[in-house]
Design a protein around this ligand. Structure first.
Ligand SMILES: [Mn+2]
Length: 271
């Protein structure tokens, strides 16, 4: 069964970003649970920012799953990416994400590689950058496997990365580099910019999709933009997707209304 999730960001440096909840972890979890979400997607400054024992207590108290953990803080705070021409920076990026994988795995949650994939830098060439990214994903996919979880790779829109922008590009990358244990994130906001037909692409690459980011065309909660949701929801149901549909959207007009609109949309399309 498809599960609902809502994002909670605890990284002050990204405070203008597309995350529903921003404030206190427990307060946000309490609200998410009261609205009926199945899980939360967490963005923390580092793998040791939250005490795992404390989080275990909260997860039990509010009966929420951890849907996934984001790694973007590694780039935002430390400037680390998997495609940096400097091997020392790539190494640090891998170790930052490895720690996130271990943290998430304590809760059965996969880690997401989004902005930490980086970009082709002006002093690097595209082939090299893609090779570095593949090397990183290979190591991290194995790390995730050892932790009994999987790794999520997110194609981003062209204004956020010049590496891979489409689900098909992500599939080709996984196949060409024989990446094991790496699944794709279908982010409906990025796809609305990059794909010809979102529902067709979801059907075509359904077997590769391990996580879905739920946001409208303008990155506001579903229902507040012009994305034609019914055919997309139909495609998600048709591929027998059983992961999380997670609201990575702006807290518009505020966190509570954004979360409430999201869970209503989720129920409308998936329950
Ligand atoms: Mn996303």
């Amino acid at each position: 069964m498809i599960k609902s999730a809502v994002t909670i960001a605890l990284v002050p440096q990204i405070k203008s970003g597309p995350w529903i909840f921003w404030e206190d972890l427990e307060q946000s979890m309490e609200k998410a649970a009261a609205m009926g979400f199945d899980g939360i997607e967490l963005f923390t400054p580092s793998a040791d920012a939250i005490d795992p024992n404390q989080l275990k207590e909260l997860v039990q108290k509010y009966k929420l799953q951890i849907a996934a953990v984001g790694t973007g803080a590694g780039k935002v705070i430390h400037g680390l990416t998997l495609s940096d021409p400097d091997p020392k920076i790539r190494e640090k990026a891998i170790s930052f994400i490895s720690e996130m994988i271990s943290f998430g795995a304590k809760f059965g949650a996969p880690a997401i590689i989004g902005s930490m994939q980086g970009n082709v830098q002006p002093n690097a060439n595209r082939e090299e950058a893609l090779t570095w990214l593949a090397e990183g994903l290979e190591i991290l996919g194995q790390k995730a496997k050892e932790a009994s979880t999987f790794l999520i790779y997110e194609p981003l829109n062209q204004y956020e990365t010049n590496l891979i922008n489409t689900l098909g590009g992500g599939r080709d990358f996984i196949e060409n580099h024989r990446l094991d244990n790496v699944k794709l994130l279908a982010d409906l906001f990025h796809m609305n910019i990059e794909e010809g037909s979102i529902d067709q692409v979801i059907r075509e690459y359904g077997a590769y999709i391990g996580h879905i980011h739920f946001a409208d065309s303008n990155r506001k909660p579903i229902g507040m933009g012009h994305t034609d949701m019914p055919p997309i929801a139909k495609a998600i149901l048709e591929i027998n997707y059983s992961g999380f549909v997670s609201a990575e959207a702006f807290p518009f007009p505020n966190s509570e209304i954004a979360a409430e609109s999201t869970i209503q949309a989720f129920r409308k399309y998936f329950r």
